[in-house]
Design a protein around this ligand. Structure first.
Ligand code: BGC
Length: 721
């Protein structure tokens, strides 16, 4: 801490001298601008180039003689990653244990932007305490296929839900003077061949589905940095894509910050430099051989890249530095506080989705239950690390079993049996194939425990070794033959609750058909077990809603139905266009296993009295819809009211419905809440490929309010003039 302070003091003194010597530029103009200009004038070309590429796995060089620090980046999004040394091995520090935050799809399942802000704020606080200037988070590529290995890291299949969460996560992180790095820009929707594949899609799908959350993160959230994706868009790598970087990001969205390449995702010097990349990051230690190192220096000297372009990049980096490590009034930074644990707990508690509760086994009636068999590898497994990619050296993580034990104390006897082995070894890093160790010798103990207990709680699903960056899953099946365990345990104890843990859709069709009680949980952070136990015990009434569609069969999913995944000859055309996720299932009338927005509660809600403030609107106005939601059950709860819009008789293809607003409200038992939702008329626009503009089509629109995308109980019609 002391060292950090001295370093900052020294930086300030040196920089002050630089600014004064430059003639204290302007009193009226932007002070930061003046400081930046003064610094740029002092820098040699070599110093500037050194700022544009990695000099360590997560760092870039500053300019010591001028007191300019380098960028200190770190992953996100599960929390601030542990420090590593060259080669990615642990730096073996004792100061980098961090809070483990719930995974992206868990956060999305809360449908709660306030929690996204707290997630960002607390992670930013930890990043700041660790001296990081850029958090490589949030990550929110669209869940186009349920197989994508990073579905757990991302948010959802819906651009609107993604956008609302992204904006708040960015604001939260940056409130701590740490730059958010929104990633991965753009159309990085699968891991198979992510480094080489070229995505082709129509402009409308790009604008309506894949870009909105990036646009919102930049224009509303004000993100200071963005990470270009590994893949190509229309034949051009995202890290050198003029259209994405210079035209859309800087031209249309007025982005002022820096574009950082994904690690090892830069493929050229001149093209990348001219077309918008600012900083090249990578994993290999030969930093001088990077495209943006000696080769860039040579290219400038040879006149292939102008020094003006280099100066622009340096200016942007300094701009980010003045918002982060050299900003005024820096917050203190905090690690592993009780508040951070509370945020994790609240996210976890609100993310858990009750899928089925037909026998009302939940919440658990502890006055009549004397013994519980807790079964399954996922009851004792932790999720802060695993697979390839970013994890967290968690300061602590409460497993499901530990959570249940601590909440139940001695009042209920718990017997644990592993039931299945969750060991998974990928065959090769980038391929979908791998080997799950199926060990049926673990089943007899589980059956014995279930037989001798009042009830069984089975913890099955995926894990962080199975769902991983750099590979997609090969199918939706439960990886460790857990179905056999579910079948045998359910056969001996009908009071069996199945808790499925995962970050992406799985095929749980047989469980849905034959089991009466199903709960969905996630890689839910340090407080995982506590939140889960409190949901099972009814201290928390579940309010999570699925952020993506669960297909009955993988072939029902758009990219798979159209054989538009995983591409051929390193090309993939998104032939489903705008019909991603529920937009496809609804429009094509395909019944999903669980629809987008689905999730039950221990109570029931009744919707009524829907009305809009007007019947007819002009562009530029906002539609205000109001309805009543009554909690008709015995438990207080939180309900997410979802408002979808349908446009029939449109002159362009439309999805059956699209989410345009949602609101999560707390309602006490027996109470009625009045819920108001707003939709700016401009949000009804479609992207017109012919004119390359957003167009709000005049005519009638139907507004559909419901508790999920397929459970709509109130509606109204409005006209746009
Ligand atoms: C991932 C990024 C991550 C980077 C640094 C890459 O493999 O795609 O999301 O930030 O590594 O760890």
């Amino acid at each position: 801490m002391k060292l950090k302070f001295l370093r900052r003091l020294l930086c300030s003194i040196v920089l002050f001298a630089v600014v004064i010597s430059a003639g204290a530029q302007t009193k009226t103009g932007d002070k930061t601008e003046a400081k930046i200009n003064a610094i740029v004038k002092k820098l040699t070309l070599e110093e500037k180039i050194a700022m544009l590429h990695a000099n360590g796995i997560f760092s870039t060089a500053g300019v010591q003689r001028l007191g300019i620090p380098g960028l200190m980046t770190d992953d996100g999004p599960l929390g601030v990653r542990e420090d590593v040394k060259e080669g990615w091995g642990s730096a073996n520090l004792t100061t980098d244990s961090a809070t483990f935050f719930p995974n992206g799809s868990a956060l999305a399942a809360t449908w709660n932007p306030e929690l996204a802000y707290r997630f960002g704020h607390d992670m930013g606080e930890e990043a700041h305490a660790r001296g990081k200037t850029v958090m490589l988070a949030p990550a929110f590529n669209i869940a186009r296929t349920p197989l994508c290995g990073r579905t757990y890291e991302y948010y959802s299949e819906d651009p609107f839900l993604n956008s609302r969460l992204a904006v708040q996560a960015v604001k939260g992180i940056q409130s701590q003077h740490v730059a958010a790095c929104v990633k991965h820009y753009a159309v990085n929707n699968q891991e198979v061949e992510r480094g080489r594949i070229s995505v082709d899609l129509d402009e409308r799908a790009l604008r309506e589905i894949y870009l909105p959350a990036f646009k919102a993160g930049i224009t509303e959230g004000g993100a200071w940095t963005i990470m270009s994706a590994y893949n190509k868009l229309r034949g051009v790598y995202c890290s050198e894509n003029e259209y994405l970087l210079n035209q859309i990001l800087r031209g249309e969205w007025k982005f002022k910050g820096i574009v950082i390449s994904d690690w090892g995702g830069t493929h050229s010097t001149v093209n990348a430099a001219i077309h918008g990349l600012d900083v090249e990051m990578g994993s290999g230690p030969k930093y001088n051989s990077y495209f943006f190192a000696d080769k860039l220096l040579d290219s400038v000297k040879a006149g292939k890249v102008s020094e003006q372009i280099i100066d622009q990049k340096v200016r942007r980096i300094l701009w980010v530095i003045y918002h982060t490590s050299l900003s005024d009034n820096q917050p203190a930074g905090k690690m592993n506080t009780l508040e951070h644990s509370k945020t994790v707990y609240d996210i976890a508690a609100e993310s858990i989705v009750l899928l089925k509760n037909e026998k009302h086994l939940l919440p658990l009636n502890t006055s009549s239950i004397k013994s519980i068999a807790v079964i399954g590898d996922n009851a004792t497994r932790t999720f802060h690390l695993g697979g390839f990619g970013a994890g967290v050296k968690a300061r602590y993580e409460v497993t499901a079993l530990a959570g249940l034990k601590s909440r139940l104390g001695n009042s209920v006897a718990i017997t644990y049996a592993q039931g299945y082995s969750g060991v998974y070894r990928p065959e090769r890093r980038s391929g979908p194939k791998g080997v799950a160790k199926v060990d049926s010798t673990l089943i007899p103990n589980a059956v014995a425990a279930a037989k001798s207990s009042d009830m069984a709680i089975l913890f099955i699903g995926g894990n962080r070794d199975y769902e991983s960056e750099s590979r997609d899953r090969k199918d939706l099946s439960l990886p460790f033959d857990e179905q056999a365990l579910v079948d045998t345990v359910t056969a001996v104890n009908p009071n069996t609750i199945v808790v499925v843990v995962g970050g992406a859709p799985y095929d749980i069709g047989k469980i849905k058909k034959y089991n009466h009680t199903i709960v969905w949980s996630w890689y839910n952070g340090s407080e995982n077990g506590n939140a889960l136990a409190d949901v099972l015990l009814g201290k928390i009434n579940p309010s999570g809603k699925m952020p993506f569609t669960f297909p009955v069969d993988l072939k029902d999913s758009p990219a798979h139905a159209l054989s538009a995944y995983p591409g051929e000859n390193l090309h993939e055309t998104y032939t489903e266009g705008i019909l991603v996720g529920y937009r496809w299932f609804d429009t094509k009338k395909i019944e999903p296993m669980y629809c987008f927005g689905y999730g039950l509660s221990y109570t029931d809600y009744k919707y009524s009295g829907f009305f809009t403030n007007k019947k007819s609107y002009k562009n530029g106005e906002s539609i205000t819809a109001t309805l009543k939601v009554k909690n008709t059950g015995k438990y207080a709860g939180k309900e997410t009211v979802q408002l979808y819009v349908t446009k029939s008789g449109s002159k362009v293809e439309r999805a059956e419905k699209e989410l345009k607003a949602f609101k999560k409200v707390s309602i006490a038992a027996g109470e009625t809440a009045s819920v108001t939702l707003n939709i700016p008329v401009k949000d009804l626009a479609y992207w017109d490929d012919k004119t390359s503009k957003w167009v709000v089509e005049p005519g009638k629109y139907k507004l559909l309010a419901g508790t999920s995308s397929r459970d709509i109980s109130e509606s109204g019609t409005i006209t746009v003039e």
